[in-house]
Design a protein. Structure first.
Lengths: 109, 630, 462, 166, 488
């Protein structure tokens, strides 16, 4: 497939994630939207990895593998982030019984 | 001896320092003696110098004391010039000065010790500066003396500083002088710019090379200085107010010496003036106008010193008229005679005031000739002298000026003649009101009436004699040929350069003399007749009121100059300074604060808004980048 | 490599310190000793002693610039621990863990100061960020702390997404399909649109991390909400560390195509300077003011990014050092105060002249007054920009902003010295004061002899 | 259009649709479920791109572990009801516009990219196999791999610090 | 070595001062300032080519900045003024009680350091640093020990000057990059203009000039000054107006006019016009001031305007005048401040309207004041006359402007105005009848008499025999002229 298709697909997914972050006010959903953004990037990276492999795979059989490795690391980090993030949200919920970010306005100006 | 000329100003300076620094510890007689003695010493040296200068073949001597200012190519030495002109002035200053010092010793007796010493120290300082003025070999030294005498005048007018009116008068004198000085100063700058020097000899030597326009400008500027110092229109109003000072001061500074500095300066610069006919005309016109204006005002004044003050202004006008028509000798001659009789008149006035216990209003005097015989006689002589009755000194000097004026333009002569008539009139009005008739003061004053002590009368007598005979040093050519000693003496200085006097026939000259004498006599008699028995005591009306109120010149100045400046200053202070300039400065500060307060609201606390703004930021960066690429 | 491994190990040690050390003070002491060790390791590494000769396959690259910065970061942390180690332990119930997280952050900083691959940059940034999310929320019962933590986390995660998209684009656009900095820019022709897109996104995410406007919005809230002792660390060592990563990234990867992105950096710089300084003016709390001031300072630091010259490198080293020292010093005092408002500082000089003196020096340094290091730091930045002969408007803006900054910094000085007030009682030990004054003198020293630090950049033992 | 292409389009549309649904669902649980659908669709793409290992990992880690975690949290907090009050309408519109314009500028920036000859070939290559990935990971990328343990450690410590009830 | 001592002595003394007892600090400060004076006098006595007058050592290698200090004619006269003023200031305010006196005197000595440093530095960066260093202690001094509105007033002053110096910094750096071999050395700066186009000089001029203009201050950058003077403690006011304003003039003479001769030439008329507007404006405002300090402050603005105007006329005579007038103005205005201080100390007011009739009770004070006032209005035989005369002559003979006569005439109007407001002040404060407040006035004490006598003596001596001052600065004037652009 032309790489452009993947690019636009990923960008579209990414922007849906962004729009989600912007429109929702539930912290968990926002966080999920961020995960969507990360996955869009993952898809893009894998597509690029493939693209590079196609381009230079003749000389270097492992060409493009670094993109996949990177995706692997993204997943790792995402997992870590999720654990921390959910812990923070849970802590917040324990204290305020809400995950609505609109109530996060003690700190301003 | 000429090389020791610096001793002349040195003595008064020493006197000033001693009296000034040790005024608390000196007794009155000590400070009086020091004050007068130093002037006497100067006078003696001046005399010696005079006799040296008088000898045939004397060449002017420049005595350089030290390098005063030296910057780049400009070099201004602190040097004195000894020539006939300066020598003559030395004599006037130290001679009359000494007499007035002597007089002051008695006159100021009522002051306490420290103030007494202060008075003499100021007086000595004045003499010092006056001597600098006339001795200076360049315009800067002249200017030092010029401003210095102004300062002393300021200090002495405000001598009784507790009276705020006196202080105002002092301030006014200083400031009006400063206005004139400014013109002088700018003239000096212009001369430096043109000639690269301020020395008289250099400038006069190079003067013909300069353009007429330049010379005219410089001479006019110098004349502005002279109008300030010598109380000419438009800067004359300070002089009558200056009568606030002790009367001997008025005699010395505001009659005999300082106010003639302008004449000295212009006479000194006559080479420049000769090159600038326009300036000469201006000088003559101003002088003539001043004669009439001041004389008219004098007619209706009732303060004995004010009358004399306006008379001084008027007489100075004669001198300027003389200068304006190129009669430098004659002007200087008038300076000399005027110094005698005007000092005399002032001192007499002082004697009267002294006797009257401080009263200066002539309406409250009258019939003083019985009680003050010496004063009366001497005052009368002064009056005759100033009125121009031959053979008193004033006649010679005034008539020589008038003759010269006639030679230039008969209109000048007519104005001068009219002035002379008015002069005779108001002087004898003053004389008659004061000394004739009956006493109109309080009984208490009458009880105290007495002749002044001899320390005061001796100077009166000396000056009276000089007023009478002083004119003989300058007998006109038509009367006795080659008898004009003064002209002979001064010619080496004043006859240089281009002279533009027109010779007039001897017969005409005689006729002019006769005319002025007759008219003056007529006015004298009219005034005596008019005022001896029925002095004018009421409020004047019509023109008389205008004259009494000095034609409202002070008020006009106040309205046209002082008040607008004050208003402008107030406007600057209140509005421009505080609201506009500082307002802008503070406004910037407030704007920043306001910006800070408003920008804070961007920080709304909402995560959604933050992310939105971030996205907007990203979009903007992309847009910029897209545009940048194209 | 010394510092990365040492800090990671120290982090693990601190994790378990709570098990065998019961007293909070001994935990703090251990941490202080640990960071001292770390500093020694870093200095040794800088001097050419590498204890862990690991083949990093080019993912890391140790140069003097990064190593010197490590030393600065660790030294700052050492001072920070010395001054505030005790306060750290009293945030909550997990003193050991807090220190462990700090060490992990330091590990992340060591990585970001020596990365050579976008992968390492990403991991490094995350290693820095994740502990910080937690530290920010470590005052668990304080709602502000919670809120700050959640805000920080959500926005941090978002920016991670931006960063990854940028990295993906760069990867896609690179000729060889590589994450190594040297390979990112295509050698043939100009930068491709995709590369520029990636660059911008990466720039944005880094700007977010260093809190450059308009991506700074998390900063005031998080700095304000976090426990002051954590803010101190975040605003100084961490921010400097990320900034060094920023510089490294652009210096090593995008220096050749400067002309294409300089304007963007200039815009960011201008907005940062403007917003940071202007918003700081009206703050009522010193803590929040310092948050904005840190934004404003980043505006100046961004000059080095704009130019990427040797001068800029020298300057940024000095800047990070001076800025960290000054801010740590100020926060050290602030932490001990109960009232963070400006009024809280009233009359401090009367009661604690030494402390007030030190605070004044720090504030003067932040304001960029000569003879303090802050002046020379700003001076280097200006010099670097002026060297390019461009961006004069930016310099003027910066100067105007510097004048504005004087306003809010001097408010504190005024409060301390010229205003009367019932000063709060502060718990200040003798050693605290001594160290504080020592730090102040150090700031002055750097202002007079910056060569002490800068010459180090050119002594290479590698 | 061959099967691969067909599959590509299907998965793409599915992913986009599910993503939008995730964002617009009012019920958080539904959102989670739609997100899982997205992940499945993406895994399908991975397989098309011969990234088999990642496809599986994506399913196991993301769809399996992470999303379950999300689900648990949502359940625990009892957010399954449509509790979320409506956000300010304007902010919502602004959000959509913001996301839309970001899309717009990204597309605009990339559309001129000269990539038409670059192809991500589907169905070939073996770099995505676990063997190759493992070799790369433990040889060239051993350092990042080890270092990511620090990340995990800190996340672990952090979760404990934050999550533990005091 | 002399310059190093000049900077080092007050610096060390100041630092030591902070650790002394409050009671000892005063004596210590006086001692240190006298020591400094001794050093500068030694420096003046040395031949001008003596190697002791220069010092240079490596400093910031990577910035091409050296610690280079030297003492030339202009430096000598200003250092002499500074070193002379500080003992006068200390003695005149000897009885003033300061809270935390040690800090006060320590800061005073630090400001002395800064001032001397500014006058000595021959490296641009060093100059800038000293420039700021002189400002900081003064800010603290004024804010800590000043009047009621001190904090706001001095803060405005600080931000104002700080902003100005930042602009200067931009200018200096720009020049730095155009010097041969990128150096901050003064000599290199003097060559920089060869590589800077006229257009660049033209805008660059303002960057640097603003700093100096604020410092002097030149209209319309002056509004900080009256407030600051009013609110500062007397000693600080003296430092500010006697010495710190000279930094602005010095800055132009050393770091602006010869460095950017073309820029100076191009903007000469504009700046001159500003100076003149400022002179007249300030003089007029001075007419309306009721506060002695504000009066003196505005009069100072007018005087500074004249000096600045003269600089832009670019003539040997004018420069000579400025150089000696910098010294003379410092002496005179400090004298004036001393008198104002003595009045305020005794009567607890500075309002002219609340005073009056002091002359009868305090004749010595009156005499001293009158002489100082006369010096201020540049009466002949006082020192200021020499300066003003040369300056006006310089302006008049200027070849770089076509408006020289206009400038002279308008500027000279202030000669009249200054007489008006100064004599008004003398009259209202000293003459006239006494009032309740001044009825029990005492004359000044013996020490104060001696101090004022000293000032008066200087006024008169340098008014009668200014040659020493002129000789001292001649070489600087020549050097300056050689660097300037002068229309043939």
């Amino acid at each position: 497939m032309p790489i452009n298709y993947y690019i636009f697909l990923s960008v579209a997914l990414f922007c849906i994630g962004v729009a989600g972050v912007l429109t929702r006010r539930n912290a968990i959903i926002i966080f999920m939207c961020v995960e969507l953004m990360l996955n869009a990037v993952n898809l893009l990276l894998i597509a690029f990895s493939k693209m590079h492999h196609v381009a230079t795979g003749v000389t270097d059989p492992n060409a493009g593998i670094n993109g996949q490795i990177f995706v692997f690391f993204i997943m790792v980090v995402a997992a870590a982030e999720v654990s921390v993030g959910l812990a923070i949200i849970a802590m917040m919920y324990r204290n305020t019984h809400s995950v609505d970010i609109n109530f996060l306005n003690r700190l301003k100006h | 001896m000429s090389n020791y000329v610096y001793l002349v100003p040195l003595f008064p300076l020493v006197g000033f320092l001693i009296n000034g620094l040790f005024r608390k510890s000196l007794s009155k007689s000590q400070s009086g003696v020091i004050g007068s003695g130093t002037i006497l010493a100067s006078f003696i040296i001046s005399l010696i110098i005079f006799f040296q200068v008088k000898q045939e073949g004397f060449q002017p001597v420049t005595v350089t004391l030290f390098e005063f200012i030296h910057a780049g190519k400009l070099s201004i030495p602190f040097s004195f010039l000894v020539d006939p002109l300066s020598t003559l002035f030395l004599l006037i200053i130290t001679g009359v000065g000494f007499l007035i010092h002597l007089y002051s010793m008695a006159y100021m007796q009522e002051e306490n010790g420290a103030d007494y010493a202060k008075y003499f120290s100021y007086l000595n300082l004045f003499v010092f500066f006056m001597l600098l003025l006339v001795l200076g070999a360049n315009y800067v030294i002249l200017f030092i003396g010029w401003e210095g005498v102004g300062l002393c005048s300021y200090l002495l007018i405000g001598y009784w500083f507790k009276n705020l009116d006196f202080d105002n008068a002092a301030k006014k004198a200083f400031i009006m002088n400063r206005i004139g000085d400014l013109g002088f100063l700018i003239a000096i700058f212009a001369l430096i710019n043109q000639f690269g020097s301020v020395s008289f000899d250099t400038i006069f030597q190079k003067a013909p090379t300069a353009s007429t326009g330049f010379i005219t400008a410089v001479t006019l500027l110098l004349f502005v200085g002279a109008t300030g110092k010598s109380a000419q229109i438009p800067l004359y109003t300070w002089l009558p107010d200056a009568m606030a000072g002790p009367t001997p001061v008025s005699a010395l500074i505001h009659a005999a010496t300082m106010v003639t500095a302008g004449i000295y300066m212009i006479a000194r610069s006559h080479i420049l003036y000769n090159l600038a006919p326009v300036s000469q005309t201006v000088v003559a016109i101003i002088g003539a106008a001043t004669i009439i204006l001041a004389a008219l005002i004098a007619v209706k004044q009732n303060d004995i010193k004010k009358v004399l003050a306006y008379s001084t202004v008027s007489q100075l006008g004669y001198m300027f008229l003389g200068l304006g028509v190129g009669a430098y000798n004659e002007a200087v001659f008038h300076v000399l005679t005027h110094a005698f009789f005007k000092a005399l008149l002032f001192l007499c006035a002082g004697s009267v005031i002294h006797a009257m216990g401080g009263e200066q209003d002539i309406r409250k005097m009258g019939g003083l000739k019985k009680n003050l015989p010496v004063t009366h006689i001497t005052f009368l002589m002064g009056c005759i002298a100033i009125a121009g009755i031959p053979p008193f000194s004033g006649f010679f000097s005034k008539d020589e000026i008038l003759t010269a004026a006639y030679a230039r333009n008969p209109v000048y002569f007519i104005i001068g003649l009219a002035g002379a008539m008015i002069t005779a009139f108001y002087m004898f009005r003053l004389y008659a009101t004061t000394f004739r008739g009956t006493f109109r003061g309080t009984p208490d004053q009458q009880h105290h009436l007495h002749e002044s002590p001899s320390a005061m009368t001796i100077p009166l007598i000396v000056l009276a004699i000089l007023s009478v005979i002083g004119g003989f040093v300058g007998i006109p050519e038509v009367m006795v040929p080659n008898a004009n000693l003064l002209e002979h003496f001064l010619d080496p200085v004043l006859a240089t350069g281009v002279r533009q006097t027109v010779e007039i026939p001897a017969a005409t000259e005689w006729m002019l003399m006769g005319l002025s004498t007759v008219l003056a006599l007529a006015m004298v008699l009219f005034a005596l007749y008019r005022f001896s028995k029925n002095p004018e005591l009421g409020e004047p009306v019509g023109l008389g009121k205008w004259m009494r109120d000095k034609f409202y010149v002070d008020e006009i100045y106040d309205t046209l100059i002082v008040k607008p400046i004050n208003a402008l200053a107030g406007f600057f202070n209140r509005v421009i300074e505080n609201e506009v300039i500082d307002g802008v400065v503070n406004g910037v500060g407030r704007l920043v604060q306001y910006g800070g307060r408003q920008l804070r609201y961007l920080q709304s606390g909402q995560v959604g808004a933050y992310v939105l703004l971030m996205v907007v930021g990203i979009v903007i960066l992309f847009v910029v980048q897209l545009f940048l690429r194209k | 490599m010394n510092s990365i491994i040492t800090s990671a190990v120290l982090g693990v040690i601190m994790m378990f310190s709570g098990l065998f050390l019961k007293k909070k003070s001994s935990i703090a002491a251990l941490a202080t000793a640990g960071v001292f060790l770390l500093l020694v390791m870093a200095v040794l590494e800088l001097s050419g002693y590498h204890f862990f000769p690991v083949d990093t396959h080019n993912t890391l690259y140790f140069d003097v610039f990064g190593l010197l910065f490590n030393c600065i970061a660790f030294a700052s942390t050492l001072i920070y621990f010395l001054l505030n180690g005790r306060d750290m332990t009293s945030i909550g119930n997990y003193p050991g863990e807090y220190f462990a997280l700090v060490f992990f952050v330091l590990c992340g900083i060591s990585i970001t100061s020596s990365f050579n691959s976008l992968l390492m940059l990403f991991i490094g940034i995350e290693i820095i960020s994740i502990p910080l999310y937690i530290l920010t929320g470590s005052d668990k019962r304080n709602l502000k702390s919670n809120e700050a933590s959640l805000k920080y986390f959500l926005m941090g995660a978002f920016s991670t997404g931006i960063m990854l998209l940028g990295i993906a684009f760069l990867y896609g656009a690179s000729d060889k399909g590589s994450f190594f900095l040297d390979d990112l820019v295509s050698q043939k022709g100009g930068p491709s649109p995709m590369m520029m897109a990636g660059l911008i996104l990466l720039m944005v995410s880094m700007a977010f991390k260093v809190s450059a406007a308009p991506f700074h919005f998390w900063t005031p809230d998080v700095y304000d909400g976090a426990p002051a002792v954590i803010t101190s660390f975040m605003a100084t060592v961490v921010k400097a560390g990320v900034f060094i990563a920023f510089i490294r990234l652009f210096y090593d990867a995008f220096d050749d195509i400067k002309v294409h992105w300089q304007l963007l950096v200039a815009i960011i710089t201008a907005i940062t300077l403007f917003i940071g300084n202007i918003t700081a003016v009206f703050q009522q709390s010193v803590k929040r003011m310092l948050a904005y001031s840190s934004i404003a300072q980043v505006g100046f630091m961004l000059f080095s990014l704009l130019t990427l010259s040797n001068l800029a490198k020298e300057g940024i080293i000095l800047y990070t050092a001076v800025y960290s020292l000054s801010t740590i010093g100020l926060f050290a005092i602030l932490i001990r105060m109960k009232d963070y408002s400006f009024e809280g500082f009233n009359g401090l000089a009367r009661k604690y002249p030494g402390v007030a003196f030190a605070a004044a020096i720090f504030l003067l340094s932040l304001a960029g007054i000569p003879l303090t290091g802050g002046f020379l730091a700003k001076y280097y930045m200006i010099l670097a920009v002026m060297q390019t002969g461009q961006w004069l408007w930016l310099v003027i803006l910066a100067m105007l902003c510097a004048a504005v900054s004087v306003y809010y910094y001097f408010r504190v000085i005024q409060a301390m010295y010229f205003k009367e007030g019932g000063t709060q009682e502060l718990e200040l030990s003798g050693s605290f004061k001594a160290i504080l004054i020592g730090v102040a003198l150090l700031v002055i020293l750097l202002g007079i002899f910056p060569q002490v630090l800068i010459d180090r950049l050119y002594i290479i033992y590698l | 259009m061959n099967a691969t292409q067909l599959l590509f389009w299907f998965l793409s549309v599915l992913a986009l649709f599910s993503a939008i649904m995730m964002v617009v669902s009012k019920n958080p649980v539904h959102s989670v479920l739609w997100l899982i659908v997205v992940f499945f669709a993406l895994s399908g793409h991975y397989i098309l791109l011969n990234a088999q290992f990642l496809a599986i990992v994506n399913l196991i880690v993301y769809a399996g572990a992470i999303m379950v975690l999300f689900l648990f949290v949502i359940m625990l907090m009892n957010l399954n009801a449509e509790t979320e009050p409506q956000k300010n309408k304007w902010l919502k519109i602004a959000g959509v516009i913001g996301g839309g314009s970001l899309l717009l500028v990204l597309v605009a920036a990339l559309k001129s990219a000269d990539l038409h000859n670059r192809i991500a070939e589907t169905g070939t290559g073996n770099i995505g196999l676990i063997h190759n990935l493992g070799m790369a990971l433990f040889k060239e990328y051993v350092i990042p791999f080890e270092i990511s343990s620090v990340l995990f450690l800190s996340a672990m410590v952090g979760t404990v610090v934050i999550g533990k009830k005091e | 070595m002399i310059p190093v001592l000049l900077i080092g002595i007050p610096l060390l003394a100041g630092l030591i001062g902070f650790s002394l007892k409050d009671t000892a600090a005063k004596r210590w400060a006086l001692f240190a300032s006298l020591l400094t004076l001794a050093v500068i006098v030694t420096g003046i006595c040395l031949p001008s080519d003596s190697s002791l007058l220069k010092f240079s050592t490596d400093w910031m290698g990577s910035l091409n900045s050296r610690f280079a200090v030297s003492l030339d004619g202009m430096g000598k006269i200003l250092c002499l003024l500074t070193a002379l003023s500080f003992p006068i200031i200390f003695i005149s305010t000897w009885n003033e009680e300061y809270v935390k006196a040690k800090n006060f005197f320590g800061l005073m000595l630090l400001s002395l350091t800064g001032l001397l440093g500014v006058f000595l530095a021959s490296d641009a960066l060093l100059f800038y640093i000293f420039w700021e260093l002189a400002l900081i202690p003064v800010y603290f001094l004024a804010s800590q020990w000043g009047g009621e509105r001190r904090i706001a007033a001095t803060f405005k002053f600080f931000i104002y000057t700080f902003l100005g110096s930042l602009m200067m910094l931009i200018g200096l750096i720009y020049i730095y990059f155009h010097t041969p071999g990128h150096s901050f050395a003064l000599t290199a700066f003097y060559q920089a203009h060869l590589q800077i186009t006229n257009e660049s000089q033209s805008w660059l001029f303002w960057f640097i000039f603003v700093a100096f203009a604020v410092k002097m201050p030149i209209f319309p950058f002056h509004t900080w000054q009256p407030d600051t003077y009013e609110q500062s403690p007397p000693a600080v006011t003296m430092v500010l107006s006697g010495l710190m304003v000279k930094m602005g003039l010095f800055g132009i003479l050393r770091w602006l006019a010869p460095v950017l001769p073309m820029g100076t030439y191009l903007w000469g008329d504009t700046v001159s016009a500003l100076c003149i507007i400022g002179m007249i404006y300030a003089s007029l405002i001075a007419l309306r001031q009721d506060d002695l300090k504000r009066l003196v402050a505005y009069s100072s603005i007018a005087h500074m305007g004249l000096m600045c105007l003269t600089i832009f006329a670019t003539t040997t005579i004018g420069f000579q005048g400025v150089m000696i007038q910098m010294f003379n103005h410092g002496i005179n205005i400090i004298g004036l401040w001393v008198v104002v201080y003595l009045i305020e100390k005794q009567f607890k007011t500075r309002k002219i309207s609340e005073l009056g009739g002091l002359a009868a009770k305090a004749p010595v004070l009156t005499m001293m004041l009158v002489i100082i006032v006369l010096a201020n209005i540049a009466l002949p035989l006082t020192n200021a006359f020499i300066g003003e005369f040369l300056m006006f002559t310089g302006i008049y003979t200027s070849r770089v402007t076509n408006y020289n006569v206009v400038f002279v005439v308008t500027a000279a109007l202030t000669v009249i105005l200054s007489a008006v407001y100064m004599l008004n002040m003398v009259q209202k404060v000293f003459y006239g009848p006494e009032n309740a407040r001044t009825g029990k006035a005492m004359d000044i004490q013996v020490s104060e008499k001696w101090l004022l006598s000293f000032i008066v003596l200087m006024i008169l001596v340098f008014g009668i025999y200014p040659e020493p001052l002129i000789r001292l600065t001649q070489s600087s004037v020549d050097l300056l002229m050689s660097k300037m652009f002068v229309k043939p």
